[in-house]
Write a protein that binds this ligand. Structure first.
Ligand code: AMP
Ligand code: GLY
Length: 427
C-alpha cells in the first residue's frame, strides 16, 4: 500500500517508524514531516489545511490510505473531504472529532449516556456563566469550549480568578474556541490516559500511559504539550481499565453511533482516577504526543493491519499484541519552551544515543546541509524499553545524555510516579 501520513511531530515520527515495519506497506509519504521522518518516508511539501492540494496529491501519486496524526485537520474535516473524494482515510469525521473539538459537546454526550465525568455547566455569555459560579465550590475549572492548544483550561482558586478566566474567554483570548465556556467541578486524583481503537462500533483497547504536562521537574511551571510519557501506567489496575472500557469508552461509541456520527479512529481518554473510580476529563481523537511514542515502541502487531480493520469495520477479527516491557520517552525541548525559544541550533549525537538500544523520534528538527538543527519547541523524544519503568528511565536518560545540543533541556524525572511505586513494591 502507498500511504500518506499527515503531521510533523514526534507522534508522526513514531507512526512512520511503525508503519514502515508493515509488510503491507510499499511506500510511505509524509507531509509536512521533519528530518527524522525523512529517513523513513518521502517528504511532500503539502499544507495540511489545503484539502484540495492533498486530494490532488493522493490522486496523482496513487495513495491508498491517508493517516492523519494531529487533531486540527480532523476537526477541520480533512477525513470527510478525503472520504468524499473516494480516498481511504484513518481518522474520525469532523462530526465525530467534536469529541475533542468541543468540550461542551462531550459533556452533553456524557450527560445523555451516563458517562462518569465532572459536574458542569455550558455557557455562551459571561453573565450566565458568572451566575452559575455562585453555586459552585472553589477551586473550579473554567474551559474554553474549542481547540486552544492545551491553553484554554484554568483551575481557578478564587471567584475573582474564575470570573477573570470567564472574561478572558468571552473577550477573545482563545479566538472562536472561547465563544462558549464550560465550567466544571474540580476533580482530585491522579491523571492517566487510556487509548482505544474503534471502527465505529467496536473498541479495541490499546493501552494506558501517563504524560508529564508541566515543563519543570516535580510537575512545576507552565503546561506544555507533554515533556515525557511512559506506558503502561501502573496506577491503572485491571479493574480500572475494565471500568473505563465498560463505563466510558463503550457508551461513548454507542452514543456517537446513535447520534449518527460513528467514531472511527483513536479515542484517547484523559482520566482522573478519583475515589469514585475513573472519571473522564477530556477526549482526544488521535494519538497523544508523546504517548504515541511509547505505545508504538510497545506494539508488536502490524499497525497498518489494525488501521485497516478500523476503517473496514472488522476490528472484532484482529487483536493487538504488546510487549510486556515498559516504554518511557523523554522529550528534549528548546530552552525557553513553552515560551519563546531560539531556532536553528545544531544537534549532535543521535547515533550515539541510538547505539545504546533506544529510539530517538524527532519532532521539531530540520536538516541544514549535513547538520541537524532544532526548529521547534519540542525537538526530540528519546525512547527506551525496560523490564520496569525504572529500567526504561535509566536507559532513556543514559541515551539522552549522549546528545549534544547546547540549546536543549529535558525534565530529569520522567516516570517518577511509577518509579516511586516500583520502589515501594521493592523492585
Ligand atoms: P483538558 O484540556 O480538558 O485535558 O485539561 C487540561 C488539564 O487541566 C488536565 O490534564 C487536568 O490536569 C486539568 N483539568 C481539567 N479538568 C479538570 C477537572 N475537572 N478537575 C481537575 N483538573 C482538571
Ligand atoms: N500529550 C498530550 C496530548 O497529546 O494531548
Amino acid at each position: 500500500m502507498r500511504v500518506l501520513l499527515i503531521g510533523s511531530g514526534g507522534r508522526e515520527h513514531a507512526l512512520a517508524w511503525k508503519l514502515v515495519q508493515s509488510p503491507l506497506l510499499s511506500k510511505l509519504y509524509c507531509a509536512p514531516g521533519n528530518a527524522g521522518i525523512s529517513q523513513c518516508a518521502e517528504i511532500v511539501d503539502l499544507d495540511p489545511t489545503n484539502h484540495p492540494a492533498i486530494i490532488d496529491f493522493c490522486k496523482s501519486s496513487q495513495i491508498d490510505l491517508v493517516v492523519v496524526g494531529p487533531e486540527a485537520p480532523l476537526v477541520a474535516g480533512l477525513a470527510d473531504d478525503l472520504d468524499n473524494a473516494g480516498i481511504k482515510v484513518f481518522g474520525p469525521s469532523a462530526a465525530a472529532a467534536q469529541l475533542e473539538g468541543s468540550k461542551g459537546f462531550t459533556k452533553d454526550l456524557c450527560a445523555e449516556f451516563n458517562i462518569p465525568t465532572a459536574a458542569y455547566g455550558r455557557f455562551s455569555d459571561s453573565a450566565s456563566a458568572k451566575a452559575y459560579l455562585k453555586n459552585c465550590q472553589i477551586p473550579i475549572v473554567i474551559k474554553a469550549d474549542g481547540l486552544a492548544a492545551g491553553k484554554g483550561v484554568v483551575i481557578a482558586e478564587t471567584v475573582n480568578d474564575a470570573e477573570a478566566a470567564i472574561d478572558d474567554c468571552f473577550s477573545g483570548a482563545f479566538g472562536d474556541a472561547g465563544s462558549e465556556v464550560v465550567i466544571e467541578e474540580f476533580l482530585e486524583g491522579e491523571e492517566a490516559s487510556l487509548f482505544a481503537l474503534s471502527d465505529g462500533q467496536t473498541a479495541l483497547l490499546l493501552g494506558t500511559a501517563q504524560d508529564h504536562k508541566r515543563v519543570g521537574d516535580g510537575d512545576t511551571g507552565p503546561n506544555t504539550g507533554g515533556m515525557g510519557a511512559y506506558s503502561p501506567a501502573p496506577v491503572m489496575t485491571q479493574d480500572m481499565i475494565d471500568q473505563t472500557m465498560s463505563d466510558i469508552i463503550v457508551p461513548t461509541l454507542a452514543g456517537m453511533h446513535s447520534r449518527g456520527m460513528p467514531f472511527k479512529g483513536i479515542l484517547f481518554a484523559g482520566l482522573m482516577l478519583t475515589n469514585k473510580g475513573p472519571l473522564l476529563i477530556e477526549y482526544n481523537v488521535r494519538f497523544g504526543d508523546p504517548e504515541c511514542q511509547v505505545l508504538m515502541t510497545r506494539l508488536k502487531s502490524d499497525l497498518l493491519e489494525l488501521i485497516l480493520a478500523s476503517i473496514d469495520g472488522s476490528l472484532l477479527e484482529v487483536e493487538a499484541n504488546w510487549s510486556d516491557k515498559a516504554a518511557l520517552t523523554v522529550v528534549l525541548a528548546s530552552k525557553g519552551y513553552p515560551g519563546t525559544y531560539e531556532k536553528g541550533a545544531p544537534i549532535e549525537g543521535i547515533e550515539r544515543a541510538e547505539e545504546t538500544g533506544t529510539t530517538v523520534f524527532h519532532a521539531g528538527t530540520a536538516s541544514n546541509g549535513d547538520t541537524l538543527v532544532a526548529t521547534g519547541g519540542r525537538v526530540l523524544n528519546v525512547t527506551a524499553l525496560g523490564d520496569s519503568v525504572s529500567e526504561a528511565q535509566q536507559k532513556a536518560y543514559a541515551a539522552a545524555d549522549q546528545i549534544k545540543w547546547d540549546n536543549g533541556f529535558c525534565r530529569r524525572d520522567i516516570g517518577w510516579r511509577a518509579v516511586e511505586r516500583e520502589k515501594q513494591a521493592g523492585h
